[in-house]
Ligand binder design. Structure first.
Ligand code: NAP
Ligand code: ZN
Ligand code: ZN
Length: 362
């Protein structure tokens, strides 16, 4: 990672909230954003969703694969207003609403980038935060901030039909569930499971229902059953109840696991029918054991999926505008972020915290 900022590039200060180390609470911080280049879009951030990944990253729980560089400004569910565009920008204009998700660049020349799957860039996408800032040097800073400057190729258009705050979580929780459901061609006539009713899980439910699948939600929280049905579940299973789980053995085409903590995935593999797939969306801190018999019996697959490419993210946002889909949110002030993290750990969010970035001015 390049060390110091390259001094030749003009920058401007932006207000932000940052963690100074893995144990620290987030607090006010000032960062430098680059002045827009001809291909760049400058966005005033209005809302930013709070993903469980922000918490994993701030607490350095992924130190084996992507260690956190401090100060860390999280946030990759960004919506706002375009305040300035470079001379070559065509996608958006000043005054438009626009969005930014989990990546702000990629190599653009590898097979994955050429296929529009930039999230699997063979030279590593530039993550919106805690990524290598190839332009200014140092590390990228995310959406817990009043502004961001992003190359137009990684900026998304946002419909003015949808509630803006409820749109923010679509940029990570939305695309991370939409993409695997599309990839595995989830449709009417299939039985599909979603595991965990949090930020990702509740969007997975909405999409699986919208795609016409018979959708079953697995939860550890008995108090979420009514909400799950309202959000699109045809059935709800309390996953701690072995008898309830057993009733569904061998019956699922596809299960999307959106759990943030260690849990037994063998139980879910056994619910798949022949050739069924269990896809991991969740990224718990520690590895977990799997039994080969869970795969052998039924030729089952275990897979994973990361966010989605830019083309598919735009497709998802357009699908949501057409079908009036947004996230169910709890709007918070940035000053409540540390409390929101504590509540995330207690599975106490309905179903995504979104920061009203106007609070950063307070
Ligand atoms: P979240 O809102 O905190 O939801 C996680 C849910 O998991 C909880 O609501 C809970 O659902 C369930 N859960 C939590 N602890 C559990 C435990 N010990 N045992 C069983 N279930 C448990 O988190 P999120 O923002 O949706 O993120 C979920 C995971 O996906 C995180 O690990 C995050 O980093 C990861 N993620 C991955 C990608 C990707 O590209 N693959 C993108 C974004 C996020 P119930 O109360 O219903 O049981
Ligand atoms: Zn996320
Ligand atoms: Zn690439």
């Amino acid at each position: 990672m390049s060390e110091a900022a390259k001094p030749s590039l003009a920058t401007f200060p932006a207000k932000a909230f940052a963690a100074q180390d893995s144990a620290a609470h987030l607090g006010p911080h000032t960062i430098a954003r680059r002045a827009p280049r001809p291909q760049d879009v400058q966005i005033e951030i209005l809302y930013c969703g709070v993903c469980h990944s922000d918490l994993h990253q701030v607490r350095n729980e992924w130190k084996e694969v992507m260690p956190t560089v401090y100060p860390c400004v999280p946030g990759h569910e960004i919506v706002g207003r375009v305040v300035k565009v470079g001379s070559n920008v065509k996608k958006v204009k000043e005054g438009d609403f626009a969005a930014v998700g989990c990546m702000v660049d990629s190599c653009r020349v590898c097979a994955s980038c050429k296929a529009g799957e930039e999230q699997y860039c063979e030279n590593m996408m530039t993550l919106t935060y805690n990524g290598e800032d190839k332009i200014l040097g140092g590390v990228t800073y995310g959406g817990y901030s009043d502004g961001i400057v992003v190359d137009e190729s990684y900026v998304l258009r946002v419909s003015d039909k949808l509630d803006l705050a409820g749109t923010a979580p679509l940029l990570c929780a939305g695309i991370t569930t939409y993409s695997p459901l599309r990839h595995w061609k989830v449709a009417k006539g299939q039985k599909v499971g979603i595991v965990g009713l949090g930020g990702l899980g509740h969007m997975g439910l909405k999409f699986a229902h919208a795609f016409g699948a018979h959708t079953v939600l697995f939860t550890t929280s008995a108090n979420k059953v009514a909400d799950a049905k309202r959000l699109g579940a045809d059935e709800v299973v309390i996953s701690k109840n072995a008898d309830e789980m057993q009733k569904h053995a061998g019956s699922f085409n596809f299960i999307l696991d959106a759990v943030s903590a260690a849990h037994d995935v063998n139980g879910y593999l056994n619910l798949l029918r022949r050739d069924g797939t269990l896809c991991l969306g969740g990224a718990p801190e520690k590895p977990f054991p799997v039994s080969s018999f869970s795969f052998i019996m039924g030729r089952r697959s275990l897979s994973g999926s990361a966010i989605g490419g830019i083309r598919e993210t735009q497709e998802m946002l357009d699908f949501c505008a057409e079908h009036n889909i947004t996230s169910d949110i709890e709007l918070i002030k940035i000053q409540q972020i540390n409390e929101a993290y504590e509540r995330l750990l207690k599975q106490d969010v309905k179903y995504r915290f979104v920061i009203d970035m106007a609070s950063l001015k307070q």
